[in-house]
Write a protein that binds this ligand. Structure first.
Ligand code: 5GP
Ligand code: MN
Length: 336
């Protein structure tokens, strides 16, 4: 493993540590952050997790959730101070500082040692110590390996283990994506051995819909799904009025894009969400189509080969038109 000795040295004496992750954290982002935080606290460090935005309430069960500082205008001064004073800054589950909004520039200017732990493609070069494994199924998988390399596997208790499990479970699509390796299952076996409750984690994340979220899902699948058969593509677009009508909360649109991809023959799926600032886009694909490349080339985004995201600053309708008009360029990959 790269740079484990540098990390060992960094953590030799008690340190002030700040951990952050990407905008609108998902279960891997928050789970890897809180799992690492739990471990570092056990080692005697002072740890603060700061997220660049709020996150879905179905992640609130994670141990350490109450101590997370959610960045906003109101917490800006506090966040700046923590970053300025940190001896070490851990950046988890993102590979570009633009993914953490205002926190990016504060971290860029900070003097603490920057440690990146991530599995996204094409990582930027901003960290002093890097654990970047683009083949890893989840950042939580790398966090577990880092803890093991540091010789502290025994410190991974139920609370830490369930945070890491949540990250691996969700980023592997519940152990069905091709990223689900023997190593992944070996780690899960270790976590189970330590007593994690996988039923609880699964229920908390997937079976915790509000009534309005479930009705929103029904509406979207019935009325908002477009299938472009010619290019084996399906997409869903949701307006801000529709989000409002269903009292949509952070996280309520998570997983929607997978329904578009679940249609037989569909190889490329997109979800467009009209937010106040811009249109947020999720891309998913099966097989050789790289949505990472697609998102980077056309929608200011990136991610993984089969799961990526992006952003569009033109109106929703124009964004959809742009997307549909790009499909012929990819006909060879989409159709053959
Ligand atoms: P999701 O569609 O679930 O939000 O994100 C899918 C993957 O793409 C995740 O790994 C996420 O971190 C990444 N991603 C989502 N949005 C963006 C974006 O705007 N820029 C970049 N570089 N990556 C993104
Ligand atoms: Mn991840």
């Amino acid at each position: 493993m790269q740079q484990i000795n540098a990390l060992k040295e960094l953590l030799e004496s008690p340190k002030k540590i700040m951990i952050t992750t990407h905008h609108k954290p998902d279960a891997d982002a928050l789970g890897s952050s809180l799992g690492l935080a739990g471990y570092l606290k056990k080692k005697g460090h002072q740890v603060q997790v700061i997220t660049p935005s709020d996150y879905p309430s179905f992640l609130n069960w994670m141990s350490g959730n109450e101590e997370v500082l959610v960045y906003s205008q109101k917490t800006d001064a506090q966040a700046q101070q923590i970053i300025r004073e940190a001896d070490a800054i851990f950046c988890l589950d993102f590979s570009a500082l633009s993914r953490i909004n205002e926190l990016g520039q504060y971290i860029e200017q900070a003097s603490g040692t920057k440690v990146l732990i991530d599995h996204h493609l094409q990582p930027e070069d901003f960290a002093d110590i890097m654990f970047s494994d683009t083949n890893a199924a989840a950042t939580a998988e790398i966090v577990y390996e880092v803890i093991r390399e540091l010789g502290d596997e025994a410190l991974v208790d139920v609370a830490i283990g369930e945070c890491l499990y949540a990250g691996i479970m969700t980023d592997t699509g519940s152990f069905r994506h091709s990223s689900t390796t023997r190593n992944v299952h070996m780690i899960i076996a270790d976590l189970l051995h330590n007593g994690i409750d996988i039923c609880k984690v699964h229920r908390n994340i997937y079976d915790s819909y509000s009534e309005s979220r479930l009705r929103f899902l029904g509406y979207v699948l019935k009325d908002k799904l477009t299938v472009v058969r010619e290019f084996n593509t399906a997409f869903i677009a949701v307006t801000s009025e529709e989000l409002k009508a269903y009292d949509s909360q952070t996280g309520d649109t998570e997983g929607l894009v997978n329904f578009a991809l679940s249609i037989e023959g569909v190889r490329f799926a997109a979800l467009f969400i009209e937010r106040q600032e811009a249109v947020k886009i999720s891309f998913r694909s099966v097989g050789d189509i790289s949505v990472n490349e697609f998102a980077r080339a056309h929608f200011n985004g990136g991610g993984h080969k089969n799961a990526a995201g992006g952003i569009s600053y033109i109106p929703l309708n124009e964004t959809i038109n742009k997307f549909v008009s790009l499909l012929p360029q990819y006909a060879e990959q989409l159709v053959n």
